[in-house]
Design a protein around this ligand. Sequence first.
Ligand SMILES: Nc1nc2c(c(=O)[nH]1)N=C([C@H](O)[C@H](O)COP(=O)(O)OP(=O)(O)OP(=O)(O)O)CN2
Ligand SMILES: [Zn+2]
Length: 121
Amino acid sequence: MTYCISKEFHFSASHQLDGLPGDHPCGRLHGHNYVVSMELSALTDELDDVGFVRDYGDLRDFKVWLDDEVDHQHLNKVVGDRNPTAENLARWLFERWRGRYPELVAVRVAETPKTWAEYRR
Ligand SMILES: Nc1nc2c(c(=O)[nH]1)N=C([C@H](O)[C@H](O)COP(=O)(O)OP(=O)(O)OP(=O)(O)O)CN2
Ligand SMILES: [Zn+2]
């Protein structure tokens, strides 16, 4: 059995998706109020002495970076060579932060209240 914890983070950013048909609205410059969920996991016998998978407060480093580097930015510039879809953003964040948080199992990115994409190991 495993424990899972999750914490939600918010940022606003613009993007423009390449490769879509000319009449697709997401090919135009637009923005979202993004919600990112970081999910961390541990096996039953892996909780720390307090009983945490990891202190939610340890995710502050991620929040500071998100605020400094991603919030109110143009995602096409920030993520570099990838089309900034929700799927690609989830993978980009996962790969960037799995070293800092070894318990990280999934990153979920929601562009709207009705949609999300997740990258999970
Ligand atoms: N699989 C994906 N599909 C789409 C993505 C994506 O990242 N992954 N992104 C977009 C757009 O950037 C944007 O998120 C629009 O999404 P959509 O749900 O179509 O938004 P709407 O508000 O226009 O949808 P309604 O149906 O009007 O609620 C598109 N697809
Ligand atoms: Zn969009």
